[in-house]
Unconditional design. Structure first.
Length: 478
C-alpha cells in the first residue's frame, strides 16, 4: 500500500509548481466558458487535474460518482495533463466504437509511449506505429489461424502445471499466470523457449508493465523510471532477436513465416517496403503488453472465482472432464474441444465482467462533434470505461452476483459487455485470449480443486486488477 501511495502522491511534492500555471489555467477556464455546451464536470487542480482522485478512488468509483454528479452520458475531467471526455453507458460505447477513424483516432498517453516505443516514434501518432495498421495482424489472429496454436497452448500448459503446480501443496496463482502467459507469447510470437532467454526479456518487461501507468516522473527509484529503463532493455533485446532472425532467414532463404516474427520480416506495405527493425520491435512490444498483462489477469480471476464458488467449479469440472475422457491420455486439445467449453467460457466472461482485466481505452478527437447535446472539441481526449455498464444494475441485475447464466442465449444487450472494446479497434487478440484462458482452465481444473489461503485478500488496481498477496491457493489433487 505504501508503494502505491508513493507512486501516486509524489506529484504533491511538486504542487507549488502548479501555481506557475495559474495564468494558463485561468485562461483555459475563460476559453471553456466561451465554448457552449461543453460536458459538465471539473478539470481539478492546475497541472495535476484529477489524476490523484482517479488513482486513489479507482476507475470504478471515480466514474460512477461523476456519472451521478454530472451526467450519465458524458462528463469532462482532466487526466494525464489532457482535457478529457468520459463517455458512459452503451450509447457512449456505441458512439465511440462506431466513429473510430471518422471522428476519433487512437491515442496513448505520452508517458506510456516513452516507456514502450523507440524515441524516434514517440512524437508520431499512435496510428503510425500501431501493429494494427497492418492488415496481416488480423489475418494472423483470426480464429482460423489460431487453431494451430491450441495444441501448443495445451502442451505448454501441461508442462507448466507439472513443473510449477504439481510438486506443491500451495501456489500463488497471479505470478504463475503471468509466467505462463509470457512464456507462451515468447514461444508463439518468436519461437523462444529457452528459460534463460525468456528471463532476459521477462525481467525488464515486468519493470515496463509495473510502471508504465504510474505517475510519469522519471526520477531514480520511481516506478516510471523503472519502466523507462526496462523499455530500453526490452527494445535492445528485441532488436538482437530480430536481427538474428533476419540473418537466419536470409541464409536459409526462408519464404514462409514460422511464427509472428518471421511473418513480420516477410510482409511488405502498400509501397512494397519491408517493415523496419524498429517497427517490428514496437509491434511485438505492443502485442506482448496486450497478450501478457490483461490475459494473465483474466486467468487469475477466473481461477479466483472457481476457488471461491464450489457450485460453479463443479459445473466447470463436469464439462472439462467430459472433454478429457473423450481424449487419449497424451492427446492434445484441438478446436473442436474448445467449442465444447460453452459453460466454462460463460464463467470466464462473467469473471471478466465482474473484474475486468482492462478498464477501457483512450481516443483523440479529430474534429468537433456533438454527443448527448454536448460539444466535444477537436483535440480533446476521450475515454470509455467498462464500469459504466459492467456494474450497472440497469444492464446486469444484481451486478455483484456471480452469475454465468447472464451469457446464455442472446446474452447481454449490445455495447454493455465490452472488455475487448468494439468497432474497428476491437482487440484483435480477443480470440487468442479466449483460447488461452480456456486451455489453462482445462489443465488446472482437471487436476486440482483450489482453496483460497486468504479468503478476504484485497485487490489493488494498477494497469490491471492485482491480488495484493498474489492469490495463494491450496491445491487438492483429484
Amino acid at each position: 500500500m505504501m508503494e502505491l501511495l508513493i507512486q501516486y502522491l509524489l506529484p504533491l511534492v511538486l504542487f507549488p509548481l502548479s501555481f506557475l500555471a495559474i495564468f494558463f489555467f485561468n485562461k483555459n477556464r475563460s476559453d471553456s466558458k466561451s465554448s457552449k455546451n461543453l460536458p459538465p464536470g471539473t478539470t481539478g487542480w492546475p497541472m495535476l487535474g484529477e489524476n490523484i482522485n482517479f488513482a486513489l478512488e479507482g476507475s470504478e468509483k471515480f466514474v460512477r460518482d461523476r456519472m451521478k454528479k454530472y451526467s450519465p452520458d458524458v462528463f469532462q475531467t482532466s487526466l494525464m495533463g489532457e482535457k478529457m471526455a468520459i463517455f458512459c453507458g452503451p450509447q457512449g460505447n456505441k458512439f465511440l466504437f462506431t466513429n473510430e477513424n471518422k471522428l476519433l483516432t487512437s491515442w496513448w498517453p505520452q508517458s506510456m509511449k516513452k516507456a514502450l516505443l523507440f524515441p524516434e516514434f514517440v512524437e508520431e501518432s499512435l496510428k503510425e506505429v500501431s501493429a494494427l495498421k497492418r492488415s496481416f495482424m488480423h489475418e494472423i489472429l483470426r480464429p482460423e489461424a489460431l487453431k494451430q496454436y491450441i495444441p501448443v497452448m495445451d502442451s505448454l500448459a501441461r508442462q507448466h502445471i507439472e513443473q510449477e503446480w504439481t510438486p506443491n501443496n500451495e501456489v500463488k496463482v497471479f505470478p504463475l499466470s503471468k509466467k505462463y502467459t509470457f512464456d507462451l507469447a515468447c514461444k508463439l510470437f518468436m519461437s523462444i523457449e529457452d528459460p534463460a532467454h525468456i528471463k532476459r526479456l521477462a525481467d525488464p518487461f515486468h519493470l515496463v508493465t509495473n510502471g508504465m501507468f504510474s505517475v510519469p516522473i522519471d526520477l531514480p527509484g520511481t516506478a516510471y523510471n523503472g519502466a523507462i529503463k526496462g523499455g530500453k532493455m526490452v527494445r535492445a533485446e528485441l532488436l538482437k532477436i530480430i536481427r538474428d532472425r533476419r540473418k537466419e532467414m536470409s541464409e536459409k532463404q526462408e519464404t514462409e513465416g514460422r511464427d509472428l516474427l518471421s511473418k513480420m520480416l516477410l510482409v511488405k506495405d502498400e509501397e512494397g517496403k519491408f517493415m523496419s527493425e524498429m517497427e517490428i520491435s514496437n509491434n511485438i512490444i505492443g502485442l506482448l503488453v496486450a497478450s501478457y498483462e490483461t490475459t494473465s489477469s483474466a486467468v487469475t480471476f477466473v481461477l479466483k472465482h472457481l476457488a471461491e464458488l464450489p457450485h460453479i467449479y463443479d459445473q466447470v469440472y463436469k464439462e472439462q472432464m467430459a472433454i478429457a475422457k473423450s481424449k487419449g491420455p497424451d492427446e492434445l486439445l484441438k478446436w473442436e474441444d474448445i467449442e465444447k467449453m460453452k459453460y466454462s467460457w460463460n464463467v470466464a466472461r462473467e469473471s471478466i465482467r465482474v473484474t475486468p482485466p482492462a478498464q477501457g481505452a483512450f481516443r483523440e478527437t479529430v474534429t468537433d462533434f456533438t454527443f448527448a447535446g454536448f460539444t466535444i472539441p477537436k483535440g480533446w481526449k476521450t475515454f470509455w470505461n467498462v464500469y459504466t455498464t459492467h456494474k450497472n444494475p440497469k444492464y446486469f441485475p444484481e451486478p455483484e452476483k456471480f452469475d454465468p447464466s447472464r451469457f446464455e442465449g442472446s446474452g447481454p444487450m449490445p455495447y454493455t459487455f465490452v472488455p475487448f472494446g468494439g468497432g474497428p479497434r476491437m482487440c484483435p487478440g480477443k480470440e487468442y485470449a479466449r483460447l488461452e484462458v480456456l486451455v489453462f482452465m482445462y489443465n488446472v481444473v482437471k487436476r486440482f480443486k483450489m482453496e483460497k489461503v486468504h479468503p478476504n485478500e484485497k485487490i489493488a488496481f494498477h494497469a490491471s486488477p492485482t491480488p495484493m498477496k498474489g492469490l495463494p491457493v491450496r491445491l487438492h489433487p483429484h
